[in-house]
Structures are given as structure tokens and as C-alpha cells.
Design a protein around this ligand. Structure first.
Ligand code: ADP
Length: 418
């Protein structure tokens, strides 16, 4: 079997390149549990910045509060493992998430008759001054747990505050969440900060993550005495850069001393100073995000209850067919735990683009093991939440599944037949 982290397709331009192939049944079930948890959250938004200190966490908090005030069901996840600041910004540092035997209850932040679910590594550290020294795979592990094991329930939005830069944490989020809506990138107007934002935009492009927009924070200053706006630095750099890089510009937030004060006091600005110009600016920038709420979401697929898994294999002459599109029929093998429970043979409907993913989804199939499959087809299956393993040898279907369950299946390169 391929090494951990191997991608589904060897083609560098293939959108499934970043998806890790589950190596064992346990990994596969873990992937299914993560998908199931994430399928209940309609929109997942990553908040990024090129540099630290530009107000990214402040914007993530105020955006989440603003969405919740608009009656959306919101969760806020802090994946800044080295500098979690969400608990401090909400004044809930002393709170602890409650563990159950199988999951973790997030902290419930109650305000204005609403409840926002919050999770941060900050809740789990014994001392707030403790430093976390973790390498990439450990960070990926904890982020996966935050997504998969936290009882997020049904949410309209999950706002994810990532650390500055383009390191392990945002990369893990992009690899773990299949239906991420996109990233919001926060910058300040200075050229130094804008330089780093360009890197963040390129990072999103490389990972095919849509950039939902750029926000220019601390753009001009609100005078604490008269409330009028003064330009202390140059402004407008964020807007110009967004236009140059062809990404949407969501708006500017002025430098407001009350934003600092409310942050230090652990009180979200947008709720406590709702009638100010700065607050209006926050509300304006969330409008395009709020509009996502009305967009349709894919219907959850059937046949995923319990641990029963259906694996489909394309067959010709009783063995795995090397060319997915040319198979005579499909073996659908039902697996529970590590046991094969039964095999059905089904004839597929006449060949037409897009017909097989829909049909296999209707059969309750969760996984396909194939010889070769083009990356477009893999992308279609991913949209239906069906995992694809390619490069399997031309053996009898039950033998392939037995080897897969035992972790001994040896796969070779995908023969992408387009
Ligand atoms: P980051 O997450 O980018 O490291 P933070 O959100 O922690 O940045 O903000 C850094 C500091 O800047 C905090 O003290 C915060 O209160 C302050 N800050 C953020 N946005 C504004 C603003 N619009 N006006 C004034 N201070 C701000």
C-alpha cells in the first residue's frame, strides 16, 4: 500500500493531488467521521493574514459575533496553536471544553440570547503562558481532532482563525476540509504587510482555495475625542493590491482605540459598541459572507449509518478492470469493521459523463477501489463524498478488499485514462 500522505493522483494539476489516501480501514472510517461532521456545517471560512499583529483574530471574533447577531448558527475555531488569542478576546480563558467518551463539547459562548460554539488549543493548555512546541504532524493531528471530535452540530458558519503566514495550520485545514468555502485575508495598509498578503493569495491559488476577499484593517484612525477619522498611515493599499491580484476587496476597518480596549477586556467590540462607525464597517465587510448563507448546500448522502461501508470495484472478466470507464459491471462489497459481509454485482447505467458518481452514490457507495481513473472523474466522486483509491492490481474484487482491510494492498501509479 502507498505510504501515508500519498496523493490519489500523480498528475500535478489534478485537484485530488492533496487528498491523502486512507491506508487502513481505521483511517478510512476516521475520514468518513470527519466528512460526516463537516457535512453538517454549511460554510467553512478560513481567516488568514500574511503577518502577525494585523488584527486577524480580532476580525475573526467580530465577524463570528456579527454573523451570530444576524441569527446565523456560528462556530469559531482557533487553530493558532502557538498563540491562541480567541479565548482572551472573548474573555473566556478560564473555560474548559467538556470531554465525553467519544467527543469534545465546545465552549458555549452565550450573548444576546445567542450561543456561539468555540474551540481553541488555549482551553486545553494548563497554563496560558505555556509554549507549545509541536511539529507539523502533531499540529495536523490536533486540528483533525478539533474538526472531527468536537460536537459542532448543525452550523451555518464555522469561522476558522489560523495563525499568520502559510504554514502547517492553514495547509492542514485545506487538506482536511473538502468543502472549504474559501479564505478571508486580513492586512494593514503598509507595504510590508501587503507584500506578505500576496504570498497568502498565491498559497490559496496553489491549493485551489477561493479567496473570498481581502480586508484592510487599521486603515485610518478614529479620533477618541471627536470620533472623526484621521489618516495616520497611507490607506487604500489593500484595495489596490486586491484589484491587482484580481481578488475581491471586502472593505476597511479603521484603527479604533476602543477595539484595543474591548479586546483587552475580553468583550467583542461589535456587540458592545454596535452603534459606532467602526462597527458599521465590520457589518459591511460581513455582508458578502452572510450572503453565502442562502446558497444551496449538497444533500447528505444515504447509506452512511453505523460502520457499514460499501466499496465499489469496476470489473471486467471477473477481475478489477484497469480502465474505470470500460468496466462491464461493478462489484459492491459490504464491509463492517474489518469483515466482508457480502458482495453484489450490479450493471451500471449506459455510459454518460457524470452518470456513474450519481448512480454509485444512490447505491450508498462510500469508496471506490480502481486501477486507473482520470482526475476529472475523481473530482466528481469527491463531490459526492466518495473516496477513490487508484492503482490497485487486476485481482478478484474480494481479494483486493481483503488486502485493503489487512493493510497489505500494494497500489502502483494511477493510469489516468481520460
Ligand atoms: P493578529 O491576530 O493578526 O495577530 P490581533 O487580532 O491579535 O492580531 O490584534 C493585534 C492587536 O491589534 C490587538 O491588541 C487588537 O486589539 C489590535 N487591533 C486589531 N484591530 C484593530 C483596530 N481596527 N483598531 C485598533 N486596534 C486593533
Amino acid at each position: 500500500m502507498k505510504k501515508k500522505g500519498d496523493s490519489i493522483c500523480s498528475n500535478n494539476h489534478c485537484p485530488t493531488k492533496n487528498s491523502a489516501v486512507p491506508e487502513t480501514m481505521d483511517e478510512f472510517l476516521e475520514q468518513q467521521a470527519l466528512r460526516e461532521r463537516m457535512s453538517k456545517i454549511r460554510h467553512k471560512i478560513l481567516v488568514m493574514s500574511g503577518k502577525g499583529g494585523v488584527g486577524k483574530s480580532t476580525i475573526a471574533v467580530n465577524m463570528a459575533i456579527s454573523l451570530a447577531l444576524s441569527n446565523a448558527k456560528v462556530g469559531l475555531l482557533d487553530i493558532d496553536i502557538h498563540g491562541p488569542s480567541i479565548p482572551r478576546l472573548l474573555g473566556i480563558e478560564a473555560y474548559k471544553p467538556s470531554p465525553t467518551s467519544v467527543s469534545l463539547e465546545p465552549v458555549r459562548y452565550a450573548f444576546a440570547h445567542r450561543v456561539m460554539k468555540v474551540m481553541s488549543i488555549g482551553f486545553l493548555l494548563p497554563n496560558r503562558d505555556d509554549a507549545v512546541i509541536w511539529r507539523g504532524p502533531m499540529k495536523m493531528g490536533v486540528i483533525k481532532q478539533f474538526l472531527k471530535d468536537v460536537e459542532w452540530g448543525d452550523l451555518d458558519f464555522l469561522v476558522i482563525d489560523s495563525p499568520p503566514g502559510t504554514g502547517d495550520e492553514p495547509l492542514s485545514i485545506c487538506q482536511l476540509i473538502e468543502g472549504l468555502d474559501g479564505a478571508i485575508i486580513v492586512t494593514t495598509p503598509q507595504e510590508l504587510s501587503l507584500l506578505d498578503v500576496r504570498k497568502s493569495i498565491k498559497f490559496c491559488r496553489q491549493l485551489k482555495l477561493p479567496v473570498l476577499g481581502v480586508i484592510e484593517n487599521m486603515s485610518g484612525m478614529v479620533c477618541p475625542k471627536c470620533g472623526e477619522e484621521i489618516d495616520i498611515f497611507t490607506t487604500g493599499g489593500g484595495k489596490k493590491m486586491a484589484s491587482e491580484m484580481s481578488v475581491p476587496f471586502l472593505g476597511s476597518i479603521p484603527f479604533d482605540p476602543f477595539v484595543v480596549k474591548t479586546g483587552d477586556d475580553g468583550k467583542p467590540f461589535i456587540y458592545h459598541y454596535s452603534n459606532t462607525e467602526t462597527s458599521k464597517a465590520f457589518q459591511e465587510i460581513i455582508e458578502p459572507i452572510l450572503a453565502l448563507k442562502d446558497e444551496s448546500v449538497p444533500v447528505e448522502k444515504p447509506g452512511k449509518e453505523g460502520n457499514m461501508v460499501k466499496i465499489a470495484l469496476p470489473i471486467a472478466d471477473g477481475r478489477l478492470c484497469m480502465h474505470f470507464g470500460h468496466c462491464e459491471r461493478f462489484a459492491i462489497i459490504e464491509v463492517e469493521g474489518e469483515k466482508i459481509m457480502g458482495t453484489n454485482y450490479l450493471n451500471p447505467p449506459p455510459h454518460e459523463p457524470g452518470v456513474l458518481p450519481k448512480w454509485l452514490n444512490e447505491q450508498g457507495v462510500n469508496m471506490i477501489i480502481a486501477g486507473g481513473m482520470g482526475h476529472r472523474a475523481q473530482e466528481f466522486f469527491q463531490q459526492y463524498g466518495i473516496t477513490v483509491v487508484v492503482g490497485a492490481p487486476a485481482l478478484e474484487p474480494e481479494e483486493i478488499v481483503k488486502q485493503y482491510l489487512a493493510g497489505t494492498l500494494v497500489t502502483s501509479e494511477n493510469i489516468c485514462d481520460h
